[in-house]
Every structure is written in C-alpha cells, then in structure tokens.
Design a protein around this ligand. Structure first.
Ligand code: COA
Length: 243
C-alpha cells in the first residue's frame, strides 16, 4: 500500500473519520507529474482553543463568518475539503501572499518586521518560487478549499537517496488547525514514494510548529544556531520516519 493512501482511524473520538487520497497520476507519481486531490473529512472536537475561532455559517471557506460567539455555540462537526495540487507559475503571486501573511503571524513575535521583510523578499522572491514550481526535484504544493484562493503551501525537495527535506509548510492563520497542514504534508511526502525519511528544521520559539511536527511523529535529531537577518535563532532539526 502506498504510504499515504490509507483510511484514517474511524470513531467519534478521533479527529479524522476518513481520509481519501485520489490521484489519477499516482501510477506515474514523480514530483513532476503528481497532482493530487486530497479530501479530509474533519470532525471538529469539543476543545476550547486559545486563539479566536473561525466561524463558518456555510461550507468551510465560504467566508460567511457571522455565527454566535464560540462560547455560546455548541461545537458541531465541520467538513473541510482541501484540494492539494502542484503549484503552477500562475500560482506564484498567491503563494507569495500566503508566505508573507503566515511569516508575519508566525515569526512576528521573535523576528522584527524589517527582518521578516528582508528575508521574505529574498527567499520568497517570485523568480525563486517560479524556479521551484518548475523543478522536478521539488514538490511545491498548494492547498485550496472550495475557492480559487490558496490557503496553504508546502515545499518538499529531494535531498539525497532516501531523504526528502520539508523546506516549508505554511497554512494561513485563519485556516489553521483544520487539517490543511496535515493534508499538505501527506501530499508532499507522497510525491517522493521512494523516500524513507523526511528532514525539517523548526525554530525553538515556534511552539505551534514544534507541536505539529511532534504530532506527526517526528523526533529531534540535532540543533544548531542560525543567524537570520541579524537575529539569532535556535533551529531544531527533526526527522520524520518512516515516510
Ligand atoms: C504548522 C502548521 C503548518 C500546521 O498546519 P495546520 O493546518 O494548522 O495543522 P493541522 O490542522 O493539520 O494540525 C495537526 C496538529 O498540529 C498541531 N497544531 C496545529 N495547530 C496548533 C495550534 N494552534 N496549537 C497547538 N497545536 C497545534 C496539533 O497537534 C494538531 O493536531 P490536533 O488538532 O489533533 O491536536 C500551521 O500551524 C502553520 O502554518 N504554522 C506557521 C508556520 C509553521 O510553523 N510551519 C512549520 C514549521 S516549517
């Protein structure tokens, strides 16, 4: 069985009732050809969250957010459909927008606005993103819900035999904690079916990112200090296996 084609655990106490991964290109699954339609049925749990909730009165992503405050509203099951596809050149401006917005929300507490601007203008330059979108050794994937806008992105690249590197995984803050990050990661890893492990770096200060990777079964394999636009960051090197 391919590593990410199976059904999730079924049961009311579990977050996913089922996850289907359909890909007409699966048989040719190389990073240059893969185009996946990932459906994640997400059942919201009765958990109180520390960040402002997202309230949908229609289907997820419909943009109608006018329900009563979360505290007065019983939690209901919520269906999130994330479509994961390989990015095209036309997606580059939207990918850049997602990166800018998510970077500010994620790193704004420990990187200055100038540092973020400096880094994103280089690392997320449109020509660099365009090259990655066209590189068969890279899977630059984008997530959409029921509209044309991109709500998340992932970059996975072949590093060496058996190893892929997850260079980026970003979901817009308003769409986080709905299974989109998980769906993006699965699609990114499925693009490299021969890989045995995935490596990634996450900043020590990035609590949500570290929680996500721990939930993914990743473990710490090292640490290093990195200078980013004048700021000193402690990077946690993690490995996820088996892929
Ligand atoms: C990390 C990130 C990609 C996760 O995407 P997501 O769509 O929110 O993740 P999922 O909904 O698939 O969440 C999976 C798990 O991650 C953890 N998680 C996600 N958001 C969390 C939050 N706000 N607080 C605590 N844990 C969180 C949880 O363990 C969650 O599982 P659970 O909901 O069953 O408890 C997203 O939070 C993000 O873009 N963060 C900013 C960028 C970043 O840190 N990227 C990773 C480092 S490269």
């Amino acid at each position: 069985m391919p590593p990410f084609s199976g059904a999730g655990v079924v049961g009311p106490q579990h977050r996913y009732a089922r996850a289907d991964y359909e890909s007409s290109n699966r048989a040719r699954a190389g990073p240059s050809t893969i185009s996946q339609y990932v459906r994640t049925l997400y059942f919201d749990r009765c958990l109180r969250r520390t960040r402002p909730p997202i309230r949908y009165s229609g289907r997820a992503g419909s943009g109608r957010h006018h329900e009563p405050p979360e505290a007065t509203k019983p939690r209901s099951r919520r269906l999130i459909v994330a479509r994961i596809e390989r990015a095209t050149l036309a997606d580059v401006p939207d990918v850049k927008r997602v990166l800018s917005e998510t970077w500010t929300a994620t790193y704004g507490s420990f990187l200055s606005a100038e540092a973020i601007q400096q880094v994103t203008s280089v690392w997320h330059a449109p020509d660099r993103l365009a090259r990655q979108a066209g590189n068969p050794q890279v899977f630059l994937g984008v997530a959409r819900l029921d509209g044309p806008s991109i709500v998340g992105m992932v970059t996975v690249r072949h590093r060496d035999t058996g190893t892929v590197m997850v260079d980026r995984l970003y979901v817009l803050p308003i769409h986080q904690r709905q299974g989109v990050g998980d769906a993006l990661l699965r699609a990114g890893l499925a693009a490299f079916p021969g890989s045995r492990r995935a490596r990634l770096d996450v900043e020590e200060q990035n609590r949500i990112g570290r929680t996500f990777w721990q939930k993914q079964g990743s473990s710490e394999v090292g640490r290093r200090v990195e200078r980013v636009a004048g700021a000193v960051l402690e990077m946690v090197e993690m490995e996820k296996a088996p892929v």
